[in-house]
Design a protein around this ligand. Structure first.
Ligand code: 5AD
Ligand code: SF4
Length: 465
């Protein structure tokens, strides 16, 4: 066993990065690395970066400035601190990072995390190591499994990557360049991962992928399985009581996915379905390959299959050429759909994307104004959605002791945090809670009926795909 060393990973951006950070911890554990909360006393700091919008990638350089100070301070105390940059900025701007921030020891793209130990060794002997290739072999096959104690420490809700990369090439988006072409993992591997997680106390699985419903993995029958069929299989795994998936694309909503929402009680009725804009002209310029009406029809199909389903979305305001009328079409779409929540962003040109060559027409002031108007509308919808829970009895999956002594916190089907006063024994169980009040985004209630329901593994509605 190697001597213990401290590792600090700071992740930005999407859930894929959160998951990747855990895989990096698992990869470095055999090297003696244990996680620490503070960057200052770490022997290795990894910035797991996001390149999706300009603001996200700018953060890397300011964080590197702070880390350089910490590294110098450590050196003065006779301690060596290493700094690595991982994630999508590493992938897209590896060479530039090396040039702009000489303090960085390792630059590693998302496809190469299984090489981290070798890259650290190379940095030690050569002073610097950079790897941002897209290797031909599937990185998933090389990443180590988390150890049971690591799974348990991470709690009862876990992410599992089922698909990575994107072939959609929306004109504003860097993902197809930073994460590469779509790759789906085989069903058997995902089933193994989920079983292992369930055996170690995980009750909720969120399947993640940049374009998760484009999933087309090899099934045990040798055929290609769509996401809906995979969900049916995972719902059979003992101990798994909740399934989610993110992020999906309106163009890839197959009938099997709709059927999964109809048939599987374990599949949560909360879908993140980004639309970006309500204007057909802007959607075409974004290369989304769907219209606003196509999106409305997809929403209707979900709603017909499962009445209590709710949606969240992503929106971009101020895409090149967006007129006030086109922005109004976005507001109209939001009014019509009614969201439980949504993220909205100001358009930010990303180097190397087709939209970066388009003439920007929306002034900074107009962009700010549109963002505020859209966010106000979304906030109103979100508050109304949350308030509607008051007086209802809803199922909550309890996750951990809350900061408030005596309280246990969990989440509703719609990911709203819900607090009750109860014994920690309820952690890991789904229990009905009667909701009494709402404090900001958090629900407060009491266990309804008292008796703990055993967590169902195979739900009665399951019909098989
Ligand atoms: N500018 C602004 N927002 C963007 N997003 C992706 N690329 C950009 C960009 N260049 C947003 C989209 C996407 C979310 C993850 O980030 O709304 O769905
Ligand atoms: Fe980016 Fe579009 Fe792919 Fe989503 S679907 S990751 S927005 S290119």
């Amino acid at each position: 066993m190697k001597p213990p060393r401290k590792l600090h990973i700071k992740s930005y951006g999407c859930q894929m990065n959160v998951y990747d950070a855990q895989r990096m911890v698992d990869t470095l554990a055999p090297e003696g690395f244990v996680e620490t909360d503070s960057a200052e006393d770490a022997d290795l700091v990894i910035l797991n970066t996001c390149h999706i919008r300009e603001k996200a990638s700018e953060k890397v350089y300011s964080e590197l400035g702070r880390l350089r100070v910490a590294k110098d301070e450590a050196a003065r105390n006779g301690r060596e601190m290493r700094i690595a940059v991982a994630g999508c900025v590493a992938q897209a701007e590896g060479e530039e990072i090396v040039r702009r921030a000489p303090t960085v020891d390792v630059v590693v793209g998302p496809q190469s995390y299984h090489h981290l130990p070798q890259l650290l060794a190379r940095a030690k002997s050569e002073g610097r190591a950079l790897e941002t290739e897209f290797p031909v072999d599937d990185k998933f096959g090389f990443l180590p499994q988390p150890k049971p104690d690591a799974i348990r420490a991470r709690g009862i809700s876990a992410f599992v990557t089922v698909q990575e990369g994107c072939d959609k090439f929306c004109t504003f988006c860097v993902v197809p360049y930073t994460r590469g072409a779509e790759v789906s993992r085989p069903v058997a591997k995902i089933v193994d991962d989920v079983k292992r997680l369930a055996e170690n106390g995980v009750r909720e699985i969120t399947l993640i992928g940049q374009n998760v419903n484009a999933y087309h993995g090899e099934g045990p029958d040798g055929r290609t399985w769509p996401l809906g069929k995979l969900l049916h299989r995972l719902a059979e795994i003992e101990g798994i009581v909740r399934l989610r998936y993110s992020t999906s694309h309106p163009r890839d909503v197959e009938e099997t996915l709709i059927a999964a929402h109809r048939d599987l009680a374990a599949l949560m009725p909360f879908v993140h379905l980004p639309v970006q804009s309500g204007s057909d002209r802007i959607l075409a310029a974004m290369n989304r390959k769907h219209t606003a009406d196509d999106y409305r029809r997809v929403i209707d199909r979900f709603r017909t299959a499962r009445q209590d389903i709710a949606f969240s979305s992503d929106f971009i305001v101020g895409f090149p050429g967006e007129t006030e009328g086109e922005f109004a079409a976005t507001l109209a779409l939001v009014m019509q759909i009614g969201y439980a929540g949504a993220y909205s962003f100001k358009y930010s040109p990303r180097p190397g994307t087709p939209a970066a060559d388009m003439q920007e027409t929306v002034s900074a002031a107009e962009m700010d104004d549109r963002l505020v108007r859209l966010q106000e509308l979304i906030d109103t919808q979100q508050s109304a959605f949350n308030k509607a829970m008051i007086g209802e009895t809803v199922d909550v999956l309890f996750e951990r002791a809350a900061r408030n002594p005596g309280q246990i916190v969990g989440r509703t089907a719609y990911l709203q945090p819900a607090h009750v006063f109860a014994s920690p024994d309820i952690i890991g169980q789904v229990l009905p809670v009667s909701i009494a009040s709402l404090e900001r985004y958090s629900l407060l209630g009491e266990l309804a009926g008292g008796a703990a329901r055993p967590a169902p593994s195979i739900l009665p509605q399951l019909t098989g795909a």
